[in-house]
Design a protein around this ligand. Sequence first.
Ligand SMILES: NC(=O)c1ccc[n+]([C@@H]2O[C@H](COP(=O)([O-])OP(=O)(O)OC[C@H]3O[C@@H](n4cnc5c(N)ncnc54)[C@H](O)[C@@H]3O)[C@@H](O)[C@H]2O)c1
Length: 413
Amino acid sequence: MLSKAASRTASTRILPLNRVANPFSRFALPSASITTTTTTTTTPTTSTSSKISLLDSVDTHKNFHFYAQHGRAPRVLVTGSLGQLGTGLVQLMRSKYGADNVIATDIKRPTREFWSTGPFMYADVLDYKGLEQIVVDNGIDWVVHLSAVLSAVGEKNPQLALNINLNGFQNVLDLAKTHQLRLLSPSTIGAFGPSTPKDSTPDTTIMRPNTIYGITKLHMELMGEYYHQKHGVDFRSLRYPGIISADTQPGGGTTDYAVEIFHSALRDNHYTSFLGPDSELPMMYITDCLRGTVELLEHPGDTLTQRVYNLDACSFSPAQLAEEIRRQHSEDFSIGYSEPDFRQAIADSWPRSIDGSQAKVDWGWNPVYDDTSKLVAEMFKQLKPLFARQTKQQPQEHEEHRHEYRPQQAVLA
Ligand SMILES: NC(=O)c1ccc[n+]([C@@H]2O[C@H](COP(=O)([O-])OP(=O)(O)OC[C@H]3O[C@@H](n4cnc5c(N)ncnc54)[C@H](O)[C@@H]3O)[C@@H](O)[C@H]2O)c1
């Protein structure tokens, strides 16, 4: 008997009207015509266009491996596609493989804007049959599993984190085994723990995480490796640092302050940080994260020496980030620090910097935003025009809510 969610998935396949239903209708490499207003990985400090194709920066030759083998683009299912990383990743993959070849799913309603860019379906990762139906009906080759409960939300609601991060992942892993799918499921620096070496933390080291998020992510890494060894599942994972994005809202992680601070700088020229001044953590600009994800996803499996890679870019503390904001944005920008809450303990258990050298050797990882100044410059380049427009459109509302953190996506949706 199908669960409620599964039967709903079965009876309501949602496809935009102009979308092609036949999954194998595209045999040619799609052209790189889709641009993004939010991303650039070329020359972060000098580029003037706000519409730069992220595809320009992706190493497209790696894509030929799948084409050479199959004579068509891969069909990709993305779970949790409406989160901080999913919207950009879907956009990037659609520009590479063709819009119809990337099936975006989530349990939330997409914006009209997102919905109009390609197929979207409801899929709860706790519903194995519902996921399986999407895989079978749509001829899926690869799954990018983004559904998760992040660190801060996980500490507040451990039961939810256990359920989504363990059971949801297990469903996707079993699906990959049954249907021979390539599976990429991101991990995190949160999989390390307080006894892990803090500087240039290598891929393989002491891992004793002390948060629910970290424990579930380490479990995910080990289960993925186990299924790879035992059942030949093509599992891949990346340990992301904190991800900084201008256009999407962070999903409740410990590094969220590093997104909030830019919005507060533009709105109030002041920010109150929930992490202390010296909490240095590894960070990454979103286009590096998305590009690295796609590069590992596309890389031929036989040249990977391991299944889980650190993904490094830069590291900074709240005080260092504030200093860079003062330098680039306004010398009057000020930062304060609230009483530390539970997120401080999470941050204290994570590395200050990670070593991504094996990713560089195995599949050519090469971050563009590899220092704080480049990342800060890009964030302001993306945010300033949007804030200017927002202030012009909603002066009254802006004034009323000026002390609230209001990420752009919520404003634009
Ligand atoms: N954003 C970061 O800084 C960061 C850092 C390290 C690792 N990661 C990892 O990257 C991945 C994506 O992160 P994100 O920041 O986009 O997360 P997010 O919290 O922004 O998005 C997660 C998405 O999962 C969806 N979801 C929740 N429950 C679900 C369910 N039952 N079924 C289907 N979907 C469900 C949510 O609706 C949401 O859209 C996660 O695995 C996360 O652990 C993120």
